[in-house]
Each structure stands twice: as structure tokens, then as C-alpha cells.
Unconditional design. Structure first.
Length: 335
């Protein structure tokens, strides 16, 4: 049996600093059937200079203003985590962007860390996370193979022997031809570690294909509405799409996990064979004494007579009696 795919809904900071909004997201993600909800833990002073630029797809306010306005304190994070796990049955995950953020998340006793693509070369942060001994998801959206090699070594040598490597392309949204599904197979071969996909496309096809290729983790940005304010809303899945994604992944898991024996299946569908297969019948009236040729035969449903693939056994036989058109030919009619 394959391991169940771990499906993460990433809401980042779309809660906009509101506890009630955060809870609304958590409830909706739980209702969609995902396994975890992922936030981002930003402590602006610890991670950015005051004039740090915004990503090109978000211009409405400065990064400093946005992160400070939407930040939660420790008590609020505790409330969010408790609501996530105790009331909604999801795992609480957050991406730390500084050592101070790791310290905060350790106080929350998180089970999993997600290392964002922009932190892959931040060796001190990777070292600190590895030493917690927690599960680690390592994104790779901006990384070369060399950078990713160093990050994996840092994690494995310092307390995280089996990080999950996520293929990712840091484009928002990401066009399907840039997703890099081929890289999943390269990562599995290169690192001999579990792999997954952090998918920034607007649809669900690439995520489903990734599962078919062996992805054990799927992460998708999620929003209550694409019209919401925030950096990621426009390229996030809405509830209907997330539900559909979860449904399709679970169906694909069942299909990939079950091994089918064609001979057994054929026996189980014997009744259907009678309905859908063809029998040998007289293509037109055949008179007694006629030596049958291929032109005398036709092949029609139901399949409860001589099967069509036996036609060579009939050719060359002689009709012992007149055979009406569309009559199923029986061996007793022939000599």
C-alpha cells in the first residue's frame, strides 16, 4: 500500500491579522478534507531590512507594513494552533523566516517545519530547524541542484535524516509547462528521499499528476475567494477546487494502491462478457450443404454463442441444415 498523500492548504497571511478570519480559513480547509493548514511566521525586524522590496505581484503596501500588521503574538498563535488541532482535526504547520520565528514555533510544539524556497541558502536557519528533530518539508522553488544538495546535507547531518523535498517553481501563478514534474523523478533518484510538489498553478491537474509520479506531499495555496486582499489570493485554490483536488487524489491513491489480476477480473466480469461480446451468426440465409466461407459469417451480440475469435474453426465446415439469417451458429448445425 502507498503511504497516504499529505495534503497541505497554505494560507500564508491571507488571514490579514484577524483571528476570526484565521479560524474561518481553518474550518474551510478542514471541510475540504485536507490534512494540514500552513501559515507563515514573519517577524519583520528579524528577517528583513526596512527597505526590503515587495514581490512583483504585490504593490498595495510595503512588506514591513504588511507583515507587521498581519503578525500574531504568541498567545494568538497558541489559540490558532489549538483551534486547528483540537477543534478541526488538522495539523498546524508554519514556515519560519528567521531563527526567532523558529523559537516561537518551538514554544507552540509544532510537529513539522516547512522551509520556504527563499530560505534554502540560509544555512544558519536550516541548521536551527534541523536540530529541533522535527519533520521538515524543504521547498526548492528558487534553487539550483548545488544549492539544494547543500541544504539537504545540512539537514541530514544535523538531526533531520529524512526531509521531504518539494519540487516548486517560484512563479505566481506558475504556468503548467514550468511546473517541472520531471524533477520529482530526478529528486527521488538523487536523494533517495520522499518528494512532493508545492504547486502554484491555477488548476489541479499538475498536483494529481505529481501523485501519480510518487509525490507524498502536495501543498497548494488556498483562499476563501480569489478577490481577497493579500499577496497570494489571486493564484490560490478556492474551496470548491480544493475539495475537488482532495477527492481526486484520494481516488488516485486507491487506484495506485490496488493491484488488479486480469484473469481474476475476467472471471468477475463473465456476465458482462455475454452482454458485450459477439457471437458468430449467419450473415444471410445459409442452405443445407453449403461449405462455409468467411462471407457467410457475421458477428453480433450477445456473446452467448460461439465467440467471434473462433471463426476459423467454422470456416470450411458444411451446413447440415438450412440456417436462417441472423441465427447464432451452433456446432451441431455443422459437419
Amino acid at each position: 500500500m502507498r503511504r497516504k498523500v499529505f495534503i497541505i492548504a497554505e494560507i500564508g497571511n491571507l488571514h490579514d491579522g484577524s483571528l476570526d478570519m484565521a479560524k474561518s480559513f481553518i474550518r474551510e480547509v478542514a471541510g475540504c478534507g485536507a490534512d494540514a493548514i500552513k501559515f507563515q511566521t514573519h517577524i519583520f525586524k528579524a528577517e528583513s531590512l526596512p527597505d526590503a522590496p515587495n514581490p512583483p505581484y504585490f504593490k498595495n503596501e510595503s512588506r514591513k507594513e504588511y507583515f507587521e500588521r498581519t503578525a500574531f503574538n504568541l498567545k494568538q498563535w497558541e489559540m490558532i494552533k489549538k483551534f486547528t488541532e483540537n477543534e478541526c482535526g488538522l495539523e498546524f504547520i508554519s514556515s519560519p523566516f528567521s531563527p526567532e520565528a523558529v523559537d516561537l514555533l518551538e514554544k507552540l510544539r509544532v510537529r513539522t517545519y516547512k522551509i520556504p524556497s527563499g530560505e534554502v541558502t540560509n544555512a544558519p536557519l536550516l541548521l536551527k530547524i534541523a536540530k529541533t528533530g522535527k519533520r521538515v518539508l524543504l521547498s526548492s522553488g528558487m534553487s539550483s541542484w548545488d544549492e539544494l544538495d547543500h541544504a539537504v546535507k545540512t539537514l541530514k547531518r544535523n538531526g533531520c535524516p529524512k526531509p521531504v523535498i518539494l519540487q516548486c517553481t517560484s512563479e505566481y501563478p506558475c504556468p503548467p509547462h514550468k511546473v517541472g514534474l520531471n524533477v520529482l523523478l530526478e529528486m527521488k533518484e538523487r536523494y533517495k528521499l520522499p518528494v512532493g510538489l508545492s504547486d502554484h498553478t491555477l488548476g489541479i491537474a499538475c498536483s494529481i499528476a505529481a501523485v501519480a509520479l510518487g509525490a507524498e506531499v502536495i501543498e497548494r495555496h488556498f483562499t476563501l475567494s480569489k478577490s481577497m486582499y493579500g499577496t497570494d489570493a489571486g493564484h490560490s485554490l478556492e474551496p470548491g477546487d480544493l475539495k475537488l483536488l482532495v477527492k481526486n487524489i484520494r481516488e488516485l491513491e486507491a487506484a495506485l494502491s490496488a493491484k488488479i489480476n486480469k484473469d481474476i477480473t475476467a472471471k468477475e466480469t463473465a456476465g458482462m462478457k455475454t452482454v458485450f461480446e459477439k457471437s458468430i451468426v449467419a450473415a444471410a440465409r445459409i442452405e443445407k450443404g453449403t461449405v462455409l466461407k468467411e462471407g457467410h459469417l457475421a458477428y453480433k451480440k450477445p456473446g452467448d454463442g460461439i465467440r467471434a475469435d473462433r471463426y476459423r474453426e467454422i470456416i470450411g465446415k458444411t451446413a447440415k441444415t438450412d440456417i436462417a439469417s441472423d441465427t447464432k451458429i451452433d456446432r451441431k448445425m455443422l459437419k
